[in-house]
Design a protein around this ligand. Structure first.
Ligand code: NAD
Length: 380
């Protein structure tokens, strides 16, 4: 790779997200950070940049990004938030907006969300409401953010009532997934991000899931080719779904929520803490969605077993009993699940499965059966 390559040429893979005038590219490759500033002009001519990051990511990788931006005279400043889900809150959003205004970010400038999904959701939300919307560049640094949260334009913060309940749809101008930064991501976070990779196989690509069943050790341990394929396949799947149903209106985008109704309830129960990472919660959630589908006779029990066995092999939790400390009761789970964004006219919609690679949105499942299922799953 030479320095005179454009960012687009330097990236090994470019995936379009096709949304009319809001279309953008996901660029995937290695050592892209240092090239960002040099080629920003082709994506956002004249934009100066304010970088939002968290303490961990900033400590490890901000210098590289910042140096390039400073050299091109494009650097406005940085806003560093504490790491972790608790930064997705109103107080932190207010601080970020306040500081972005102090830095003098104008509508033609750019907010760079430089971090995991937490920073992406928080900074993306701030960019979407600042001056009624300024340019956003997503530079995801966790596996989860590279395969999921940086793509598709969902932004937001959590509320005590539930996760992601306040937010916007706001597409970035560009997503830049530099795989090199994953070398510093703790292994537990890699595993948690992997749950979202597996999700794409479970939703609609049985062949991809079968490949993951053999390729997962390489993806976890950092094999470049396997990681690149996993990230690109995930981004392509998400881009296709987002292009079809950007604002979750037709039910197609809701499929990306496989396991999330259970998972979000578990995250709320554990207080959005390190007890249970988002990816871990949805690994349990997806296992539950398969098992409930099997119990309802919608999917083969063997498929539910296969999903559980895979997540266990990877080292992800698969049962409510796997959560450290207090466990929710069935009543607590149902109360928290009722806050789900897929509730319409009081009726909970669940993403269920007909098999591996065949998820669908079900509004007609038997609520009594779900209650009985959760009573069994939550039994001590
Ligand atoms: P995160 O942002 O908290 O990052 C996980 C941890 O890894 C943090 O401690 C972070 O500081 C650290 N980290 C990130 N990159 C690193 C690197 N390269 N090296 C070392 N440490 C690094 O969490 P996450 O798992 O990335 O994202 C989870 C969030 O994403 C949740 O809030 C979830 O709701 C959200 N999400 C949003 C969407 C969406 O469509 N907007 C989709 C899925 C998930």
């Amino acid at each position: 790779m030479t320095d005179n390559l454009t960012l687009q040429e330097a990236a090994e893979t470019a995936i379009p997200v096709t949304l009319g005038e809001r279309s953008y590219q996901i660029l995937i490759g290695e050592d892209l950070l240092g090239k960002t500033a040099l080629h920003l002009d082709s994506f956002l001519p004249g934009a100066r940049c304010a970088v939002v990051s968290d303490e961990n990511v900033a400590g490890l990788h901000l210098d590289k990004l910042k140096r390039g931006l400073q050299e091109q005279g494009l650097y406005l400043g940085e806003i560093i938030v504490p790491p972790g889900e608790s930064s997705k809150c109103f107080a932190r959003l207010e601080q970020v907006c306040d500081r972005l205004l102090d830095l003098g970010v104008e509508r033609g400038d750019c907010v760079i969300a430089f971090g995991g999904g937490v920073v992406g959701d928080l900074a993306g939300f701030a960019a979407s409401i600042l001056r009624r919307g300024v340019n956003l560049l997503q530079i995801p640094t966790s596996l989860l953010a590279q395969v999921d949260s940086s793509v598709g334009g969902k932004t937001g913060i959590d509320m005590p009532q539930g996760k992601n309940l306040i937010g916007t749809f706001f597409q970035p101008a560009l997503v830049l997934a530099d795989m090199s930064v994953l070398s510093t991501l703790p292994e537990r976070q890699i595993r948690a991000g992997y749950a979202e990779v597996a999700k794409y196989g479970l939703i609609g690509d049985a062949e991809f899931f079968a490949w993951l069943e053999t390729a997962w050790p390489e993806i976890i341990e950092g094999g470049t080719d396997a990681r690149k394929k996993a990230i690109a396949t995930s981004c392509r799947a998400k881009a296709a779904i987002v292009a079809e149903d950007e604002k979750e209106e037709s039910g197609k985008r809701a499929l990306l929520n496989l396991g999330h109704t259970f998972g979000h309830a578990l995250e709320a129960f554990t207080g959005y803490s390190d007890t249970l990472l988002h990816g871990e919660a949805i690994a349990i959630g997806m296992t539950l969605a398969f098992r409930f589908s099997a119990e309802e006779g919608i999917c083969e029990p063997a498929d539910a077993e296969r999903v559980k066995a895979h997540f266990q092999a990877v080292g992800l939790p698969t049962e409510i009993a796997d959560i450290d400390g207090a466990k929710p009761s069935a009543a607590e789970m149902l109360r928290l699940m009722a806050q789900d964004k897929k509730v319409h006219a009081g009726q909970l919609n669940l993403v269920l499965v007909r098999g591996i690679g065949s998820a669908y949105l079900d509004a007609k499942f038997d609520m009594d059966a779900l209650t009985a299922f959760l009573q069994r799953e939550c039994a001590p």
